[in-house]
Design a protein around this ligand. Structure first.
Ligand code: FAD
Length: 319
């Protein structure tokens, strides 16, 4: 019996969220006495045998020119074939954007039970029960998966990466790869910024900044911390910042180690996308701002005074 983990990558590097999925899948395999294996589509610059450091024994590496660009339909078919050929009983994805797209499709093809947004190892002493977030992180559900094959998408930042030493065997399989049905006519990359979903630290600002001309202090703090930039929805709606920075219920959901919210009131729809951050720091001039209730640390003050001082202090500490 095997646990198969999908290894997602971008710019030639394995994503941190996939390292979490690998660590999670390896722990499940240990728990149920199975072997953990990975599947990687396309090319990476990472040395593939070194993925054994996460505890997997094999990496199924599927290389084909048709897989150079991510396409959910053709990727789904490839992953399902790998799962069938290797008799995988549990298939793990990160619940990142690729995983959200692939995991339910793979589950349908495999006739598998599917849990999205898992946050802990399954309880396997009596059945197979997976804990997950529901209602935008306001409650938990324990879902019993009764099907023989199970697909789990692990929430980003819900499980720590554990690395040791090991060597994975790199295996190629005979897999049919279909030409993607969609044609990518161009890609638009945000330049010079850290990817929001992968970032360890996110600096985010809201309507309290008054206008787009004031974002320099936010950008300075973000670049000093090596952080990604985010914003509240009204800020993106007003075109002060691009929509790909909008976080929340209707924007991107993030779970960095540190989230710094500046001039954001903390509406429930905003919190829905950021409340899985490990540490939340709120800077707001209104001591009654609802965001303070969700904050680990709060600074009551004017952003235009506090943020430049904070940037200077960070620069001093960093030397
Ligand atoms: P405001 O609510 O105007 O708050 C500005 C804050 O800045 C205030 O707390 C104020 O005290 C503070 N402030 C002002 N001046 C300063 C200063 N000089 N220094 C420090 N602090 C200052 N919102 C999202 O963000 N993401 C979503 O995904 C989202 N989805 C939504 C979905 C639906 C269906 C609906 C109805 C709403 C959604 N919203 C979303 C909007 C949400 O309800 C709030 O309106 C929005 O989050 C408020 O943005 P804000 O905090 O930037 O602005």
């Amino acid at each position: 019996m095997s646990v198969l983990i999908y290894i997602d990558h971008s710019d030639g590097q394995v994503k941190k969220s996939s390292m979490e999925a690998l660590s999670y899948g390896v722990k499940i395999a240990e728990q149920i006495g199975a072997v953990a294996e990975g599947v990687l589509l396309g090319d990476v610059s990472t040395d593939l045998p070194s993925l054994g450091n996460f505890g997997i024994k094999k990496v199924y590496h599927i290389q084909n020119s048709l897989l150079q660009i991510f396409d959910a339909q053709s990727y789904t078919k490839v992953i399902a074939q790998v799962a069938q050929q290797t008799s995988a009983k549990i298939i793990i994805f990160s619940n990142n954007s690729a995983g959200k797209s692939l995991a339910p499709k793979v589950a349908v093809r495999m006739n598998a039970g599917y849990v999205s947004g898992a946050i802990a190892l399954p309880e396997t002493s009596n059945g197979f029960n997976v804990r997950k977030n529901v209602f935008s992180g306001k409650a938990f559900a324990n879902v019993e998966v009764k099907t023989e094959i199970k697909v789990i998408a692990l929430n980003v930042n819900a499980f720590s990466v554990s690395e040791g030493t090991g060597n994975a065997e790199v295996v190629s399989l005979n897999i049919d790869v279909e030409a993607p049905k969609v044609k990518v006519i161009g890609t638009n990359k945000t330049k010079g910024t850290v990817s929001l979903t992968e970032a360890e630290t996110v600096v985010s600002a809201g309507r309290g900044l008054k206008g787009p001309e004031n974002w320099k202090i936010i950008e300075d703090l973000a670049s000093t911390l090596g952080a990604a930039l985010a914003c509240s929805r009204p800020v993106a709606d007003a075109h002060w910042r691009p929509h790909n920075e909008h976080v929340g219920q209707t924007g991107i959901a993030i779970a960095p180690n540190l989230y710094i919210a500046i001039g954001i009131s903390g509406a429930i729809q905003h919190l829905a996308g950021v409340n899985r951050s490990k540490v939340i720091v709120v800077i707001n001039k209104d001591p009654e701002a609802p965001f303070f209730k969700a904050a680990d640390y709060g600074i009551v003050g004017d952003a235009f005074e506090v943020v430049p001082k904070l940037t200077q202090a960070v620069k001093k500490v960093k030397g």
